[in-house]
Design a protein around this ligand. Structure first.
Ligand SMILES: Cc1cc2nc3c(=O)[nH]c(=O)nc-3n(C[C@H](O)[C@H](O)[C@H](O)COP(=O)(O)OP(=O)(O)OC[C@H]3O[C@@H](n4cnc5c(N)ncnc54)[C@H](O)[C@@H]3O)c2cc1C
Length: 454
């Protein structure tokens, strides 16, 4: 049985001083959850408003999904954009696409302000495709991105693809035919099942280390307006018209507003004093999926990359299929830099109420599945037996529409959400954080596909 050992948590400063709440306090903004959503929200609220901010976490900062992900930074959605356009219309879909894309600038802003000195590896985000159906959905996405002004994607299709003559003519300007060998080379695989490749902008970073360093900056920059309390759990919250009372065990926090950055899946209660019920809706609208990953260190003799392998059985429009993905990036381990190769893919759904504990051991059968995939797609050398340095799992909270929930609760705007992390949550959390700082500053924002519904 393997333990849950993530390379991201391993890199954190384990001698860092951890402070818990030791008295009743009041504040302007209470942020619940110190993952990338909570810490980015604190960053932008502190920067763009004069509000006092308190962040609480039931455990240690960045030990949730933020410390157990694949660390791939991508401005992507987990639904075909053509579906989003159908449901929300072009203008809102365009705003959302541009919004996520603009988060590259927000990341730069955080790195510059906080003078972050952590590895941020820019890579090509390679998505290998096997079937005509996957290719058409991806071309539709690309066409909508281009209409939205995002033009840095590249689409290659093999000149021997079996479906080559069935690609609808309307897409012919979007892609280029190339020899299949070119696609396989970029995907670093010998698997001839891949016939097309979509590449967009991507990066790799340790999002837990990012949080740790941003917190160190915020504590220094805003000593009178920012506090982080760890090992301090919110058990319940009472929402009133102009404030929220947070039961944090032995102590109470009185806040003008509360921002839930909890990944949407923890056992706390919400009482909406004098208003309509919120609690049940929230808990039942986020479903837990546990994602599993393995990683190993190797020599730094290859450039960083990110590759997603959409095999024949993967349906991008269905909610119950998963694909394998790999990243390779420089990683500091002890005093030396290595390449860290990480692969993930296997997922297990745990419903909307089941308990997830991050220290559960890693199921026995999963490392073998991941190993089999790595050997089949990436490292076909039969003599190279891989010793995994890390095996880890983390929780993804899926909203029913697979979009992050960002904004004020319609039944009581004292409560604001930045949650429902989904499998792609780094950029959406940061985008949400900036949007929330605008809401708190009193800006009027255009309605968005991420708005919580009444
Ligand atoms: C295996 C896996 C791979 C992934 N890969 C990627 C990827 O490559 N790229 C990408 O963009 N995204 C990826 N994600 C998703 C991404 O990690 C998340 O979307 C992101 O980290 C969410 O951050 P968060 O701050 O919302 O949640 P979290 O990091 O989970 O933080 C929530 C925090 O809230 C705290 N909390 C909860 N309830 C309470 C309470 N009652 N009181 C106090 N504190 C509370 C928790 O302790 C936790 O620290 C992956 C996720 C997983 C699991």
């Amino acid at each position: 049985m393997k333990i849950n050992k993530s390379p991201w948590i391993h890199q954190l400063d384990h001698s860092r001083r951890v402070v818990s709440l030791s008295k009743d306090i009041d504040t302007d903004i209470a942020i619940i959850g110190a993952g990338i959503a909570g810490i980015s929200t604190a960053f932008f609220v502190l920067k763009y408003t004069n509000q006092r901010v308190v962040v609480l976490d039931q455990g240690k900062m960045a030990h949730g999904a933020t410390g157990h992900n694949a660390g791939q930074v991508v401005a992507r959605f987990e639904r075909p954009l053509s579906e989003l356009e159908k449901e929300f219309g072009f203008e809102k879909t365009k705003d959302a696409i541009q919004g996520l894309y603009s988060s590259w600038g927000l990341i730069d802003e955080i790195f510059e302000d906080a003078k972050l000195n952590i590895i941020f590896s820019e890579v090509n985000g390679n998505i290998g495709l096997s079937t005509l159906y996957q290719v058409i959905l991806a071309l539709q996405d690309m066409e909508i991105e281009i209409r939205s002004g995002i033009t840095d994607g590249e689409f290659l299709i093999s000149d021997t693809a079996p479906f080559k003559d069935s690609i609808p003519k309307v897409f012919e300007k979007l892609y280029k035919f190339v020899p299949q060998s070119e696609i396989l080379k970029k995907m670093e695989t010998e698997d001839k099942g891949f016939h097309a490749l979509y590449t967009d902008r991507a990066a790799c970073m340790n999002s837990a280390l990012f949080c740790q360093e941003v917190v160190a900056y915020l504590l220094k920059k805003y000593p009178d307006r920012f506090n982080l309390y760890e090992n301090t759990r919110m058990n319940k919250v009472v929402l009133r018209k102009n404030n929220a009372l947070i039961d944090a065990g032995k102590h109470t926090i009185d806040a003008s507003k509360i921002v839930l950055c909890t990944n949407g899946f923890e056992n706390f209660e919400i009482f909406n004093d004098g208003g309509l019920a919120i609690d049940k809706n929230l808990h039942h609208s986020v479903e837990g999926v546990v994602g599993y990953m393995s990683g190993y260190l190797e020599k730094m003799n290859k450039t960083p990359t990110a590759i997603a392998y959409l095999k024949e059985d993967y349906d991008p429009a269905a909610y119950n299929t998963a694909y394998y993905y790999l990243t390779r990036r420089p990683h500091e381990y002890g005093d030396t830099k290595h390449n860290l190769v990480c692969m993930g893919g296997p997922e297990i759904g745990i419903g909307d109420r089941a308990e997830y504990l991050s220290d559960y051991d890693y199921p026995d059968n999963i490392p073998a599945q991941i190993d089999q995939f790595i050997k089949a797609e990436y490292d076909a050398d039969p003599n190279h037996k891989i010793d995994y340095d890390f095996t880890w799992h983390g929780l993804m909270g899926y909203t029913p529409n697979r979009l992050r929930l960002i904004g004020e609760e319609p039944k009581n705007p004292t409560l604001i959400y930045n949650l429902g992390c989904n499998g792609i949550g780094i950029i959406p959390s940061i985008y949400a954080a900036r949007r929330i700082s605008k809401i708190i500053a009193g800006d009027r924002l255009r309605p968005s596909i991420f708005d919580p519904k009444g």
